[in-house]
Design a protein around this ligand. Structure first.
Ligand code: NAP
Length: 311
């Protein structure tokens, strides 16, 4: 019998620690919970969750003594926190330890798309170089760049882009103390004021479609859009239309609406850099995320204050 249930695909190191330190029972996905016996489900007090499938009250009700959902990741939009709170279940996430990696990747996507690095790599491998020069790309340094969502990761992105001599603009629900960066009260105004846009807000129902067709139009045909937050934040159909019709220069995307089966229209485009949701995917950062997830579970089981609570 196990007090801890670990759901998802964990690294060998995380699996060993979950099983060794916490005696966790490992399950591949949420679907497998209903196959456990009633006494097995009644034993579970904490769940280590790693995944993007919806975790709502119906799943929580399968585990009548659940006290904690410890999410592997800072974004917990897959978890219905309202349902958890209503059941007295605490939720934790893994903030801060991944800021550097996700911010690095956002800058890399903007640089890759501005300088057409992936297209140039494909062109070089195809043996085109002896026939002539690769077409000129577009400069990234010194541009006006908008950061949509100046939270923990957004701030790290802006700091990095400032080192690229960018003029930083941002959208947040209220103005923040910054080194003179320009605040905009709505995403359309932000997009209209900048050359390129980097999206770093939270996902979930409150921000769904925040980057609308209007925002994309305001960014304009020379603009590049980078998204490292959640696919749901962008009106993906409007983004695809704009990319296909040349109303946007390009996009660098780590997240999509229908992951991992992304819209096939993306695959036909040469003005996008597509990554398979790898913002935090380094050995170092994933190890830190796993450690923080387990610290929260250990805190709960030891009746200590949770390290990084959400509710
Ligand atoms: P954070 O510090 O909580 O920042 C979130 C930002 O979202 C803040 O600027 C906040 O604005 C804004 N926001 C929250 N609710 C909003 C709403 N209802 N309307 C408009 N803006 C809202 O989060 P973080 O640690 O930077 O992480 C941001 C997101 O990045 C995560 O939620 C996750 O989805 C995503 N992420 C992706 C990867 C990846 O692998 N690609 C990895 C890690 C995280 P205010 O300042 O106005 O409160």
């Amino acid at each position: 019998m196990a007090r801890v249930l670990a759901i998802g695909a964990y690294s060998d190191e995380d699996r060993a620690a979950l099983q060794g330190d916490l005696g966790a029972r490992m399950l591949a996905g949420l679907d497998a919970i209903s196959a456990l016996s009633v006494p097995e489900r009644a034993e579970v007090e904490a769940m280590a969750y790693k995944g993007h499938a919806a975790l709502d009250g119906a799943v929580m009700d399968l585990l009548p003594n659940l006290r904690l959902i410890a999410n592997f990741g800072v974004g917990y939009d897959a978890i219905n926190v309202g349902d958890a709170t209503a059941r007295g279940i605490r939720v934790t996430n893994t903030p801060d330890v991944l800021n550097d990696d996700v911010a690095d990747l956002a800058v890399a996507l903007l640089l890759a798309e501005s300088r057409r690095m992936v297209a140039a790599d494909i062109w070089t491998r195809a043996g085109n170089w002896p026939q002539g020069e690769f077409p000129l790309a577009r400069k990234m340094s010194g541009r006006r760049i908008g950061v949509l969502g100046l939270g923990r990761i957004g701030r790290e992105i802006a700091d990095r882009l400032a080192a690229f001599k960018a003029e930083i603009h941002y959208f947040a629900r209220s103005e923040k103390p910054t080194p003179g960066w320009q605040w905009h009260a709505d995403p359309v105004a932000l997009a209209a004021a900048v050359d390129d846009l980097v999206i770093a807000v939270v996902g979930g129902p409150e921000t769904a479609g925040l980057v609308s067709a209007e925002v994309i139009a305001a960014l304009g045909p020379d603009g590049i859009l980078v998204n490292i937050s959640r696919g749901s934040v962008v009106d993906e159909a409007a983004l695809l239309d704009a990319l296909e019709q040349g109303r946007l220069r390009g996009a660098g995307l780590d997240v999509f609406v229908n992951e991992p089966r992304i819209d096939p229209r993306f695959l036909a485009l040469s003005n996008v850099t597509l990554l398979p949701h790898v913002g935090s995917a380094t050995h170092e950062t994933r190890a830190a995320m796993g450690a923080l997830q387990r610290q929260n579970i250990l805190a709960l089981l030891g009746d200590e204050p949770l390290v990084t609570p959400v509710n």
